[in-house]
Design a protein around this ligand. Sequence first.
Ligand SMILES: [Zn+2]
Length: 161
Amino acid sequence: MVSMDTLAIKTQNKFRSLITKQTYKKGEIICEIPTEKVIDKANRYTVQIGRDRHTEVGKLSALNHSCDPNVILDTENLQMVACRDIDQGEELSFFYPSTEWEMDAPFICLCGAANCIHVVAGARFLPLSTLENHYLNRHIRELMIELLNNTESHLTKLTDV
Ligand SMILES: [Zn+2]
């Protein structure tokens, strides 16, 4: 069990962020994703780990979104993993649509990355061409395929008349 002792929450003007107290190499496991409390609806303190499963993540709820993140949340292995080398004192961030299909509290991203998606509302609101450039968890890929299939059968019905 990898603990969260290496992580600290920083609060500035009521804005929370998650900072690492140590360096990590790309691919290194930082901590496990808590699953003691799984609920069926998203809120600001949850991460989606399955179609109707949202887990309260405690300290990890201070993780901010970035369109150019340094960690991924792997909801199958329930681990937070460094997706590039990370310095001590660096803020950790992940790409919210990689876990969230439809977010409870959408917002405008001001991360400034060249590939910024601007409106962060969940994967279902993003084009495939954007999503395919990011790590995506299995439930997001499945929901996306389902949405595409439904759209296709809907279009077939429309043209069948
Ligand atoms: Zn952005």
